[in-house]
Design a protein around this ligand. Structure first.
Ligand code: GLV
Ligand code: MN
Ligand code: MN
Length: 426
């Protein structure tokens, strides 16, 4: 075992190939100013998945695509019946995002596994590189779709309110692919077939850079509570309707948005279990200069590592929406999209990755994740661990997202070494 480990540490991933493939993925959906847009189930996102399948085939992996489009590229070890070590992330993006959120974990895992294959490294458990569908909530407000289905974590009622900006329902997109409510459960993977799940990801925050650390070891993930709030007043003439007679849905929404910020600022300290809240999408009707807005539809995204604080804030936000509507004599509908519990990742895996950092003298930080990840779903059916690499100025979900190629390669190398250790563990 020791000699095997020593040998693996001497094997190096192919840095040029990793960065080359990452760049190839990021050219799909590339727009102005370096922005990348590959919304789930869009043509661009499907093309990125096709490219990945090609790369996996080329690397000699056995590819399996499940009904929703999650991709698994498998390399068997000495015992093909043993549970597999999975590593991956996602290829879909937000609107006008960056190149790294997701693909670093998928291509970083592919590079790790193909390096092991090329070097004939001996391991017992099978390895699988994974790409989950629809990690981002940008299209439907519903995040980690593919990994939630694999973990058996999708509730039927969760899907009902998921609609994109063009009015297309997530349920309709799924049924067009033959996925109906009654067979959602068939995508669940048998937990006995998985030994562990590892995800390499950019930090998407400023901590590693500020502390001059190269690697983040993730303890827990702040899962979101998401709502759709719809204020319905009355559209009316903007010139003739006296101010005191208006039922302006957008003014109600404006008061509500301010409240979301105020209440989250009150919960901004760690001793209160820090909560962040965002209204990131707003749709108004009729949306013209000379009519009072009759309808305002907003998205609310509330996150915290503390389930208790998150629930408290969500309750206050819902109460406030009702109060505002009542005061203005308009109506409000509050539609839950998803309410998830924060997730603790596996301590044993964290220690294993930490050992790898210590062995190589890599400066690391043990930290929670404010962003959501597929690992938070996989943690419900297996041991899950995450490796973060630094994000320049902490910027993410933005074309300016940047991680140094050297840091990405270091993350992939550490991932490879962790995979080998796990794949040889009893
Ligand atoms: C995923 O990027 C998220 O929204 O946390
Ligand atoms: Mn993201
Ligand atoms: Mn991501």
């Amino acid at each position: 075992m020791l000699s095997m480990l020593r040998e693996t540490c001497e094997i190096s991933i192919n840095k040029e190939r990793l960065i080359h493939d990452l760049n190839a993925i990021s050219r799909i959906g590339l727009g102005d100013h370096g922005a990348v847009t590959r919304l789930v189930f869009s043509v661009k996102e499907l093309r990125a998945r096709q490219l990945l399948i090609h790369l996996m085939n080329h690397a000699g992996l056995k590819v399996h695509v499940d009904r929703i489009g999650n991709i698994f590229g498998r390399l068997n070890g000495a015992n093909s019946k043993a549970p597999a070590v999975l590593a991956g992330s996602h290829l879909d993006t937000v609107v006008q995002g960056g190149k790294f959120d997701g693909p670093v974990g998928v291509i970083g895992a592919l590079e790790a596994v193909r390096t092991l294959r090329e070097n004939n490294v001996v391991f017992a458990h099978p390895l699988e590189v994974v790409c989950f569908v629809g990690e981002e909530s940008s299209r439907f407000g519903f995040s980690t779709l593919g990994s939630s289905l694999v973990a058996g974590e999708v509730k039927l009622e969760d899907l009902a309110n998921a609609v994109d900006a063009h009015g297309t329902k997530l349920e309709d997109v799924l049924s067009s692919m033959g996925i109906y409510r009654h067979n959602l459960t068939s995508l669940k993977r048998d937990p006995a077939s998985i030994k562990a799940y590892l995800e390499l990801h950019i930090e998407q925050g400023p901590i590693l850079e500020a502390k001059a650390k190269k690697i983040g070891l993730v303890t827990s993930i702040a899962a979101p509570t998401r709502l759709k709030v719809v204020f319905a007043g009355q559209a009316d003439h903007s010139g003739t309707t006296p101010m005191e007679m208006r039922k302006d849905a957008l003014v109600a929404a404006a008061r509500f948005i301010s409240y979301v910020e105020d209440v989250c600022l009150e919960f901004s300290h760690m001793d209160k279990g820090r909560v962040v809240g965002t209204v990131g999408a707003l749709k108004i009707e009729p949306g013209v200069i000379n009519a009072i807005p009759g309808k305002a539809e907003l998205s609310v995204d509330i996150r915290s590592i503390s389930a208790e604080s998150k629930d408290q804030v969500a309750k206050l936000i819902i109460e406030q929406a009702r109060e505002i509507a009542q005061r203005r004599n308009i109506s409000v509908d509050i539609l839950p999209i998803r309410n998830e519990l924060p997730v603790a990742l596996d301590e044993g895996l964290l220690l294993l990755i930490e050992e790898g950092c210590k062995r190589k003298g890599i400066p690391y930080e043990i930290m929670p994740s404010g962003a959501g990840h597929d690992a938070m779903q996989m943690a419900k059916i297996t041991r899950a661990g995450m490796i973060f690499v630094p994000s320049r100025r902490g910027i993410s979900h933005n074309p300016l997202e940047w991680t140094e190629p050297e840091d990405i390669c270091l993350g992939s190398q550490l991932l490879m070494e962790t995979i080998v250790r796990l794949a040889n563990e009893d």
